[in-house]
Design a protein around this ligand. Structure first.
Ligand code: F6R
Length: 608
């Protein structure tokens, strides 16, 4: 979603601001802007669309200020045009904002009543006018921000610069994350460590409710009560990460191909490869034996990872699992039992709905465990137990390697649960762990089918609708396949449990509709073949993802087979995820869409 950068620099900062914003492009945005202090005056440059448009504006009208803020905006209130792009300004202050100001309408009416003139449709502009209304009363910038913050309802990260103040920047956080960066005679604000990566490795995160007053050499943080507090400075490690695509055309392609390696890293974190045992590196503050119900909550692709894990926890640990979409979980008033376990899955660790669900579960007295890819994220910091996935930064908006690494961590946890509950023997554990250890090799084998999938994608790109079918753990993967295709190629796709076909979606099938069937040869394979026959009988074109045995047994007309390696049934979703992702990727490439930053989507969804 939106990205924030602020620099109190020693030289001109406009170029650095844009450079940092480029690192935030992966979050998704539709306009961008910067403001710097030019001879004491606040001057802005903004542009609709991609950063290259902003760069072109800056080339025509350069900025030389040493203090500045920058922003990539993902539209919530008002269209993605220049007038709505951040920074927003009133006479004495400019501000950039992530999140949503829920009471902006009433504040806007009040401020307009007091004579303020608004230039945009955004919720953010009320923040600029509100702070300005205190400045014109003679308050200092610090006091003006202090007076304004309690008036704002909603979620926000804010960075302010002020007319006439070339040694001052103020940041505030409620809900949306904000980090302080410490430089040599310079200070920075950023919405994440990646934004700050080109500038510094030394960062600290504001806690919820904190606000900070920065000069070139100092950072004074206050909490919501107004007390001065210390927030630990840590090494972000993000500067060692190079945002480049290597030899790939898109980040998504690079990330798909990284999977054998990063799944290997995640396995190494949770397994003892030598003894073929689960070896969780953290102590669990609960005993799986005492857990009666497990609740898993997440959004989008992370939710589908949770859906696969539901099958594992139920099968390996005989533990009943409820899987929820985060935005539904806390409003549906599910009966929850204090002492049970709630698992939250999130690549970014900042998804607003998942974070709200985590807080709700904590209030209900549940133990909380999160599977996150960003270990410094809010969800990680607020969970009782954290299982980091070691996927490395995921830049493509469509989640790929984070998904398979989430599955890896969850598989290890489900086996650990089975051991603790006595439902898996030593031998079962060794067999399952052996299966996990094989995954990187099998995923690498799955990647070799890319040329065939690329050819198939040309065909899929002509379709208007695509159906994905699967049973068992291949059912959530079918949902994931449909999500992946629609989000990056904009082709309508739906995922169904194969057995549900005849309860409705079969009505859609004709010779124009490709049906992707995910069916490793397992105990439900025969049933899936029957569903394929139903498709074939109606002229549907089938793309079957299966193994050698499955290909031999499936005798259905008009079928293309993508041959996956033989492997244990339990962990097929990790390997079959690869052709599913590649099919979506190559279809999107044929369609010519913006694969890494598909329209309307954001990487880190920090609004509800
Ligand atoms: C789809 C995708 C999204 C995310 C969802 C949750 O490819 O990436 O559906 O999975 O927005 O995001 P996180 O995992 O950051 O909570």
């Amino acid at each position: 979603m939106c990205g924030i950068i602020g620099i109190l620099g020693r030289g001109p900062v406009a170029e650095q601001l844009v450079d940092s914003l480029k690192r935030l492009e992966y979050r998704g945005y539709d306009s961008a802007g910067v403001a710097t202090l030019e001879d004491g005056e606040l001057v802005r440059r903004r542009a609709e669309g991609k950063l290259k448009n902003l760069e072109a504006v800056l080339k025509r009208q350069p900025l030389a200020g040493h203090v500045g803020i920058g922003h990539t905006r993902w539209a919530t209130h008002g269209k993605p045009n220049e007038a709505n792009a951040h920074p927003h300004a009133a006479s004495g202050v400019a501000v950039v904002h992530n999140g949503i100001i829920e009471n902006f309408r009433e504040l806007r009416d009040e401020l307009e009543g007091g004579g303020a003139t608004f230039a945009s449709e955004t919720d953010t502009e009320v923040v600029a006018h509100l702070v300005n209304s205190f400045l014109v009363k003679g308050l200092s910038p610090q006091d003006a921000v202090k007076a304004a913050l309690p008036r704002l309802r909603g979620a926000f990260a804010l960075a302010f610069v002020f007319k006439g103040y070339d040694d001052l920047m103020i940041g505030a956080r409620k809900g949306s994350p904000l980090a302080i960066g410490y430089g040599d005679g310079e200070m920075y604000l950023g919405s994440d460590a990646i934004a700050l990566a080109p500038l510094t490795d030394d960062i600290s995160y504001l806690d919820d409710g904190d606000w900070v007053v920065l000069t070139h050499t100092t950072a004074e943080v206050r909490d919501a009560k107004g007390d001065v507090v210390k927030r630990d400075v840590m090494k972000s490690g993000a500067s060692s990460f190079v945002v480049d695509k290597a030899n790939y055309r898109h980040f998504m392609a690079k990330e798909i191909h990284e999977q054998p390696e990063v799944v290997g890293h995640t396995l190494a974190r949770y397994l003892d490869m030598a003894s073929e045992r689960i070896a969780l590196p953290m102590k669990l503050p609960f005993d799986f034996k005492d857990v009666q119900h497990l609740s898993i909550t997440a959004c989008g692709t992370a939710n589908y990872a949770g859906y696969v894990a539901k099958y594992w926890f139920e099968q390996f640990a005989r533990l009943p699992v409820e899987i929820d979409i985060a935005s539904e979980f806390r409003y549906r008033e599910a009966p929850l039992r204090s002492g049970d376990l709630a698992i939250f899955i999130s690549q970014s660790g900042e998804t607003a709905d998942t974070l709200a669900a985590l807080r709700y579960a904590k209030e209900q007295g549940l133990h909380t465990l999160s599977v996150v890819n960003v270990p410094t994220s809010t969800i990680a910091r607020e969970s009782e137990v954290v299982m980091p996935t070691l996927a490395g930064p995921e830049i493509g908006v469509a989640s790929t390697k984070a998904f398979t690494c989430q599955l890896t961590a969850l598989a290890a946890l489900a086996i650990a649960a089975g051991r603790a509950r006595g439902t898996l023997t030593d031998a079962d554990e060794a067999k399952l762990v052996h299966g996990l250890i094989e995954l990187p090799r099998l995923m690498a084998a799955a990647l070799t089918h890319e040329p065939q999938i690329e050819r198939l994608a040309r065909d899929i790109s002509k379709a208007q609708d695509v159906l994905y079918l699967g049973r068992g753990t291949s059912y959530p993967l079918a949902l994931e396949g449909a999500l992946k295709l629609k989000e990056i190629s904009y082709i309508h796709a739906e995922g169904y449990a194969a057995g549900e076909l005849k309860h409705g979606p079969i009505a859609l099938i004709d010779e124009k509709m490709p049906v992707v069937v995910i069916a490793p040869y397992d105990r439900v394979f025969e049933k899936t073949v029957s569903n394929m026959q139903e498709v074939a009988a109606r002229g549907g074109r089938i793309i079957l993802m299966t193994d050698a045995k499955g290909a031999e047994e499936a005798t259905v007309d008009s079928m293309v087979t993508i041959m996956m390696p033989d492997m244990p049934a339990a962990f097929t979703p990790m390997v079959y995820a690869i052709p599913v992702q590649l099919l979506a990727y190559h279809t999107a490439v044929v369609m010519g869409t913006d694969v890494d930053q598909p329209r309307n989507l954001a990487k880190s969804v920090t609004v509800e």
